[in-house]
Design a binder for this molecule. Structure first.
Ligand code: AMP
Length: 279
C-alpha cells in the first residue's frame, strides 16, 4: 500500500492507478477503523480494480465544543488493516495540507445541511461536503463508498454530486453492527462498560419501530412516539432526535411508507451516537 501525505503525490498516484481505464474505488474515513469501515473497502474491492482510502480527521466538520482533539487516532493499526484488505493507495494528509492558510471556500448543500445532525451540529455538513468535494478532486474516483450509518451524510453527498455534476458514483453500504446490535462507530471507544450497555437503547428503539411497522403501523407520528418512549425509559441517555424522514430530502415523512428513514441521535454521557434503519 502506498501512503501519500501530499495532495500532489496522491493525485499522481491516483492518476497512475486509473491508467488503462482501471476503475478506481475510494473510501474516505477519519481513521480509528473498525469492521464498518472495512466493509466499505470490501464493497469497493468487489466492484473496482483499484481501491484508495483516506484517513483525515477533518477539523471543519467538528464544532468548537466537539471532540476533534480527542477523536481516536490509530494510524499504524489502521494502515495494517487497510493493507490486509487490499487497499492500494492511502491518502493521509495533514490539516495544513488540506486547509492552507487563507482557505475561505466552502461547499454547502443548502437546506439538507440543516436537518437531522445538521440541526444539532451547525456547520457539520458544510465541513463534510467541503472535505469530500476536495477529496473527490484529488482522488478523482469512479465510485466512492459511504456507510448508511451516516444516512444524512449519504443524502447530502449524493445531492452535492448531482448538483455539481461530479463524475463519481456514490455507493451506500449497509450498517455493520456489534453482535448485540450496537452500530459500530469509532466513538464507541469512548463508552465505559455501563454506557456501552445504555447505548443499546438506540438499536432497541429502532427495532421497536421496525416491529410496529411490520405489524402494519404507518403513522409516522405514532411510530416516532414509540421510539421516543424507549428513550424515556433509559434515563441516562439524552435523546437528540428521533425522526422518520424521506431518505433523500430528509424532510419529515407524513406516512411511513416503505423506504422511509428512521434516524436517531443520542448522547450517552458526553458521547453522541447515531443510528438508523430504512423501513
Ligand atoms: P468515519 O471514519 O466515521 O468518518 O466513517 C467513514 C465511513 O465509514 C463513513 O462513510 C461512515 O458512514 C462509514 N461507517 C462508519 N461506521 C459504519 C458502520 N458501522 N457500518 C457501515 N459503515 C460505517
Amino acid at each position: 500500500m502506498k501512503i501519500c501525505n501530499t495532495i500532489a503525490d496522491m493525485r499522481a498516484a491516483c492518476r497512475a492507478a486509473r491508467s488503462g481505464g482501471k476503475r478506481l474505488g475510494f473510501v474516505p474515513t477519519m481513521g480509528a477503523l473498525h469492521d464498518g469501515h472495512l466493509s466499505l473497502v470490501r464493497a469497493a474491492r468487489s466492484s473496482c480494480e483499484v481501491v484508495a482510502a483516506s484517513i483525515f480527521v477533518n477539523p471543519t466538520q467538528f464544532g468548537p465544543t466537539e471532540d476533534f482533539a480527542k477523536y481516536p487516532r490509530a494510524f499504524e493499526r489502521d494502515c495494517d488493516m487497510l493493507e490486509i484488505e487490499g487497499v492500494a493507495l492511502l491518502f493521509a494528509p495533514s490539516v495544513e495540507e488540506m486547509y492552507p492558510a487563507g482557505a475561505v471556500t466552502w461547499v454547502t448543500v443548502e437546506g439538507l445541511s440543516d436537518k437531522l445532525d445538521g440541526r444539532s451540529r451547525p456547520g457539520h455538513f458544510r465541513g463534510v461536503t467541503t472535505v469530500v468535494a476536495k477529496l473527490f478532486h484529488i482522488v478523482a474516483p469512479d465510485a466512492a463508498f459511504f456507510g448508511q450509518k451516516d444516512a444524512a451524510q449519504v443524502a447530502i453527498v449524493r445531492r452535492m454530486v448531482r448538483d455539481l455534476n461530479l463524475p463519481v458514483e456514490i455507493v451506500a453500504c449497509p450498517i455493520v453492527r456489534e453482535a448485540d446490535g450496537l452500530a459500530m462507530s469509532s466513538r464507541n471507544a469512548y463508552l465505559d462498560p455501563q454506557q456501552r450497555q445504555q447505548a443499546l437503547v438506540l438499536h432497541r428503539a429502532l427495532m421497536r419501530v421496525k416491529k410496529s411497522w411490520e405489524g402494519g403501523e404507518r403513522d409516522a407520528k405514532k411510530l416516532g412516539a414509540e421510539g421516543r418512549e424507549e428513550f424515556a425509559a433509559e434515563k441516562a441517555v439524552r435523546l437528540d432526535y428521533f425522526e422518520i424522514v424521506n431518505p433523500d430530502t430528509l424532510d419529515a415523512a407524513n406516512g411511513a411508507g416503505a423506504g422511509a428513514l428512521v434516524a436517531v441521535a443520542a448522547f450517552v454521557g458526553p458521547t453522541r451516537l447515531i443510528d438508523n434503519i430504512l423501513l
